[in-house]
Design a protein around this ligand. Structure first.
Ligand code: ATR
Length: 301
């Protein structure tokens, strides 16, 4: 479908964005769905963020994804914010109303994670014990989603103060108290009986593919499922180690697909072709041979 006077525009605002996978994923979805829409990468430095967001509305963009490092800083720039984005404390998607120009801030990372664990038939409820590695933005989306299921959630992080802050933030958003932080030194005890372990740190992500966020001295609990939100490589060192220890593992590709699918649906009002989106990502990630620079790939959750 050619670009013409009726083409609708969306994209991703971040810094840097040159290597994002999202344009390939969304443009394939638009094309498959017969929509004359295009998704473009929009690099914007932090100091230009307010002008960039205002400009999108002025130019008739229908919405954008917001990625690193703007997911928190964009909050004061939107007119309305969804409950999910408030709870996570980050906006990864905005929708611009065609008629009024009102900007709505959403978070599709949390839902993307929950949809992917459900798709993988991982049952999380009040009998589950979940261990989250990391306490950054991705951890907030994962933790907020998991706390809602009633699971007992533990957060462990290199810097314990960051885990503590995350726990306080989530507790203040919910009346439940089913989240706590644990010190790295207590990882062994904390991980016994865990039913799900989620790595939300970038450790193990290309190009540092031999790194693992899990200390070698601590055995992985083999009755747990290991979910690594890193998707490049599709099988991380942590996943390989976990499989060798007998755990079931899941990589972060599905979360990327479902957060994108949710944004697609918010913008277009149409069902996202998730299988096509997943296929395009697998193709792009497989084309990049391990160890070779692949200029069109980064973690832009
Ligand atoms: P994001 O906000 O996008 O999720 P981030 O801020 O780069 O990503 O980091 C997420 C988490 O990964 C943080 O909790 C970070 O630990 P610190 O709080 O101690 O900074 C963790 N992390 C990043 N690199 C790490 C490393 N090499 N080893 C252990 N944890 C790491």
């Amino acid at each position: 479908m050619s670009i013409d006077g009726t083409t609708q525009l969306v994209g991703v605002v971040g810094w840097p964005v040159a290597q994002t996978l999202s344009p390939a994923m969304h443009n394939a979805a638009f094309s498959y769905s017969g929509l004359n829409w295009r998704y473009v990468a929009l690099p914007a430095r932090s100091e230009h963020l307010p002008a960039a967001i205002r400009g999108l509305g002025a130019l008739g963009f229908r919405g954008v994804n917001i990625t690193v490092p703007h997911k928190v800083d964009v909050i004061p720039l939107v007119d309305t914010i969804t409950e999910a984005a408030t709870i996570v404390g980050a906006v990864n998607t905005i929708r611009i109303d065609r008629n009024s120009g009102q900007i709505e801030g959403l978070n599709t990372d949390m839902g993307g994670f929950l949809t992917d664990i459900a798709t993988n038939r991982i049952n999380v409820d009040k009998n589950s014990r979940v261990l989250i590695l990391g306490a950054g933005g991705a951890a907030r989306a994962v933790a907020a989603g998991l706390v809602r299921t009633g699971a007992q959630v533990m957060v462990v992080n290199r810097t314990p103060e960051h885990a503590q802050m995350l726990v306080m933030f989530i507790k203040s958003s919910w009346s439940q108290n089913n989240i706590d932080f644990v010190y790295m030194e207590n990882l062994f005890e904390a991980s016994r009986g865990a039913t799900l372990i989620v790595n939300t740190t970038p450790v193990g992500q290309w190009p540092d593919v031999e790194a693992s966020p899990w200390p070698e001295s601590v055995p992985l609990p083999k009755e747990a499922v290991l979910y690594d939100i890193v998707y490049r490589p599709m099988k991380t060192r942590l996943m390989r180690d976990a499989e060798a220890a007998g755990l079931r593992t899941i990589g972060g590709l599905g979360m990327l697909v479902y957060q994108g699918a949710a944004a697609f649906e918010v913008w277009t009002g149409k069902k996202a072709p998730v299988d096509i989106m997943k296929m395009i990502l697998i193709q792009a990630l497989s084309e990049a041979a391990p160890g070779t620079p692949a200029p069109n790939l980064i973690n832009d959750d």
